[in-house]
Design a protein around this ligand. Structure first.
Ligand SMILES: Cc1ncc(C[n+]2csc(CCOP(=O)(O)OP(=O)(O)O)c2C)c(N)n1
Ligand code: SF4
Ligand SMILES: [Mg+2]
Length: 283
């Protein structure tokens, strides 16, 4: 296998020990394999939000677009529709994707648009120094909640499954081999895919010990079965001491959003018309 050099000159400013390093390394390794297996490097486009996670696009030498907080999916979907042969990968934080950008996530899953989302779910606002997010557990003590949150977290995979996502997986920043496999699977999946990475923020919410104690890899799980996937996803609610399953939770084939435009004859023949059609359905 020939090594594709994806390094950049940007100085890495993540805290030493941050789980983002595992995501970065696993992702570069997955891209290296995909390129060696025949996908041209220039066919990938990365889109990021705003947060510690988002800096990842500075550290990978690939086509990329640095968007706004909570707004990874609008440009990602526009790029996909403008050129459906491109493989779009969005990087977002839990605050970014499950908070301010949540409605975009639900609608992208509902449309089954062929985009991969990698969520750096550290369950805290890292960049803005430790406020709670939609996946922080009840009682989480952070900068904005010194007495502990009074809200239950959401289970993002449950929400995504209910919204129509066709590929869902969970990994952690302590398992690079699994992450690489899940990233490759998600990118190769045709349709909306999301990998929820339990990425540890060593500075504001260090969960390494907790995850090491609670995680296990899925075996004998039928990822094609909606009910089995829902039960497995609900086993841990991001709040309890229940076991935390890792691996491919759900995967099924279905027509994508862009396939449906193609069937009506608009995809890639008239890009302006395509974007107008998309905006009509999206607004
Ligand atoms: C539209 C908008 N809203 C809010 C902010 C402030 N802001 C920047 S990063 C951030 C939180 C980042 O948390 P998360 O998405 O979980 O990423 P992390 O830093 O944990 O990787 C917030 C609230 C912003 N820059 N823009
Ligand atoms: S604040 Fe947390 S998420 Fe951000 S770089 Fe440091 S350890 Fe990583
Ligand atoms: Mg976060």
């Amino acid at each position: 296998m020939s090594e594709v050099n994806l390094n950049t000159y940007a100085k890495n400013t993540w805290c030493p020990g941050c789980g983002n390093f595992a995501i970065l390394n696993a992702f570069k390794s997955a891209i290296n394999e995909l390129v060696n297996e025949g996908t041209p490097l220039e066919n990938f486009v990365l889109v990021s939000g705003i947060g510690c996670h988002a800096k990842i696009v500075d550290y990978i030498n690939m086509n990329s677009f640095y968007s706004l907080h909570g707004r990874v999916l609008p440009p990602a979907q526009a790029i996909k529709l403008a050129d459906p042969k491109l493989k779009i990968i969005g990087f977002a934080g839990d605050g970014d994707a499950y908070g301010e950008g949540l409605e975009h996530l639900i609608f992208a899953a509902k449309r089954n648009i062929d985009i991969t989302m990698i969520i750096h779910n550290n369950r805290v606002y890292g960049l803005t120094t430790g406020q709670y997010t939609p996946t922080s557990p009840e009682g989480f003590r952070g900068r904005s909640t010194p007495l502990g949150t009074k809200e239950m977290p959401i289970n993002p995979l449950e929400l995504m499954l209910a919204s129509g996502a066709t590929y869902l997986a969970r990994g952690t920043s302590h398992g690079i081999d699994l992450l690489k496999r899940l990233f490759k699977e998600a990118i190769l999946h045709k349709g909306f895919s999301l990998v929820d990475v339990l990425q540890v923020c060593v500075t504001y919410y260090n969960m390494y010990e907790y995850y090491d104690k609670h995680v296990y890899g899925l075996i004998d799980h039928n990822a094609g079965d909606f009910n089995q996937a829902m039960n497995k996803i609900r086993e841990w609610d991001y709040n309890s001491e229940a076991p935390v399953a890792l691996g491919t939770m759900y995967s099924r084939q279905a027509d994508t959003f862009e396939d449906k435009f193609s069937a009506q004859g608009s995809v890639s023949t008239d890009k302006d018309q395509l974007i107008t059609d998309f905006l009509r359905t999206a607004i």
